[in-house]
Write a protein of this length. Structure first.
Length: 252
């Protein structure tokens, strides 16, 4: 298993995400169910990504949801921020397709490359060839929300914007839904970690979408505390209205 010859960081992120995605599709065919399938997927994708990063970028640090947080990353020049399986619940419910693999690279204080693979639909969104976000095909704004627990404040935001809610699975899939013109915004304030958003945010930024914390401040990565509880990813033309609503009404 080798990456493209002379792969730059964008190409390597894409290759890594796709390699883990292929491994996860294999795990899904092994006859496991429920928690056993979730655990097997998490472990297989994590182990593969750690091995491949060590092989192809041996001097880089890694922050992975499934690994021990080595604080040496705080002094590293380059840190891969990885979620080997975003959406374990959806992954464990074949044939659901709303789960993903996240691979991002942080350097110099910011995200510099990223890829989000959605293996079931055969799509990988990446910063090397940034997605072109098509013009919105919906007369009303669409907000991506959790399929099981839409936040009350997002329901109120939707009323304010005359928007419709579009339920779906993992965080990365929700963010990529804005890239794909399946939704126009994703607003979250229920708690996440850096690996949940790093790769999708890198791709969304490269595609020209608006990204920020819910108070409008910048999303910052490779911090000592990796808890990054809230974010907005949306079409730029919606950002002011979303931020104004949250400033007035909060996220409770």
């Amino acid at each position: 298993m080798t990456p493209p010859e002379n792969a730059d960081d964008h190409a390597l992120a894409t290759w890594l995400a796709e390699a883990a995605g292929r491994r996860l599709l294999q795990v899904r065919e092994e006859g496991l169910e429920g928690k056993a399938l979730k655990d097997a997927g998490d472990a297989a994708a994590h182990e593969l990504l750690m091995r491949l990063v060590a092989e192809h970028r041996p001097d880089d640090a890694v922050l992975s949801e499934e690994g021990k947080d080595d604080k040496a990353r705080l002094d590293a020049d380059r840190v891969w921020i990885i979620d080997p399986l975003d959406g374990t619940r959806e992954f464990s419910e074949p044939p659901r397709d709303d789960w993903a693999v996240h691979v991002a690279l942080w350097s110099g204080g910011d995200l510099i490359a990223g890829a989000v693979a959605q293996p079931v639909i055969g799509e990988t969104f990446n910063t090397g060839t940034p997605p072109v976000v098509p013009p919105s095909t919906s007369e009303r704004p669409r907000i991506a929300v959790s399929r099981s627990r839409p936040p009350a404040f997002v329901e109120k935001l939707a009323e304010s914007l005359d928007a419709e809610l579009v339920p779906m699975g993992s965080a990365g899939v929700k963010m990529m839904s804005v890239v794909r013109d399946v939704a126009d915004a994703y607003v979250h304030a229920g708690g996440q970690y850096e690996w949940d958003s790093a790769a999708p945010v890198a791709v969304a930024r490269a595609a020209g979408l608006f990204t920020s914390r819910v108070d409008g401040s910048e999303l910052v990565y490779n911090q000592d505390d990796v808890y990054l509880p809230d974010l907005i990813v949306c079409r730029p033309e919606l950002s002011e209205r979303i931020l104004a609503f949250i400033a007035e009404h909060g996220t409770e």
